[in-house]
Design a protein around this ligand. Structure first.
Ligand code: ADE
Length: 226
């Protein structure tokens, strides 16, 4: 999979993409993440990329020209299945959308800043608008990093224990059951006996019951979804 990220702040991705599973996924060739600085495509002698909103109002708007030039260049180089714009007024990101994206070959993620991008970018280039929640971040970069993280770990082979991603919370509309590791007892707090029993069928049944209980108590809304 190839992910092209269009941003005014490429350095913001250096931390999250250069550690742990995301780093290994890139080193092993499961994903190629390419950062593009929108400012490099400004035709203005001061490298300006934003301007006041027509009609007035507080806040700057990202101009269409640098974004269009960059998107035209990328689209001329390969086919992209989705051009995703990170915005608080997009559709709510979910595990289901992460699953869909993880099956794609080439995607572009556009990060907005200030008051967002000129509407014409959204009308003529963007194919999906995604929000990571009902709150407003200073820009789309952290939201894009969240989406990339959730998507890349689902690419087959990225997580070494292949069943692990399939037993995540949300994968089947249920929260994950509790997990424990050694020691079996700490300050008198014991791991549930069934997990030490070696009886796999009983363990599976216990986990399923716990997942249901947790979901019913903490996120009953998930049980209403189809
Ligand atoms: N940009 C600013 N806030 C955002 C959010 N909540 N989700 C996605 N992109 C954003």
């Amino acid at each position: 999979m190839r992910i092209d990220i269009l941003t005014l702040f490429p350095e913001m991705f250096e931390g999250p993409f250069n550690e742990s599973i995301l780093r290994r996924a890139q080193e092993k060739g499961f994903v190629e993440i390419v950062l593009h600085d929108i400012r490099d495509y400004s035709q203005d002698k001061h490298k300006k990329v934003d301007d006041y909103a027509f009609g007035g109002g507080a806040g700057m708007v990202m101009q269409i020209e640098p974004i269009a030039l960059l998107l035209d260049k990328l689209k001329g180089e390969r086919d992209y299945e989705e051009i995703i714009y990170m915005t608080p007024d997009g559709s709510r990101f979910s595990q289901a959308i992460a699953n869909q994206f993880s099956l794609l070959g080439n995607i572009i993620i556009l990060c907005g800043h200030y008051k967002g991008v000129d509407q014409r970018v959204r009308d003529h280039y963007v194919t999906r608008e995604i929000s990571i929640g009902d709150f407003v971040l200073t820009g789309g970069e952290l939201a894009a990093a969240v989406v990339v993280d959730a998507v890349v770990r689902l690419i087959p082979g990225v997580i070494s224990d292949e069943t692990s991603a399939l037993t995540d919370s949300f994968q089947d509309n249920l929260l994950a059951p509790p997990v424990y590791t050694r020691p079996a007892e700490f300050r008198g707090w014991r791991v549930p006996d069934v997990l030490l029993s070696g009886h796999q069928a009983k363990i599976d049944q216990w986990r399923e019951e716990q997942a249901w209980k947790r979901t019913k108590n903490l996120r009953p809304d998930l049980l209403d979804e189809e």
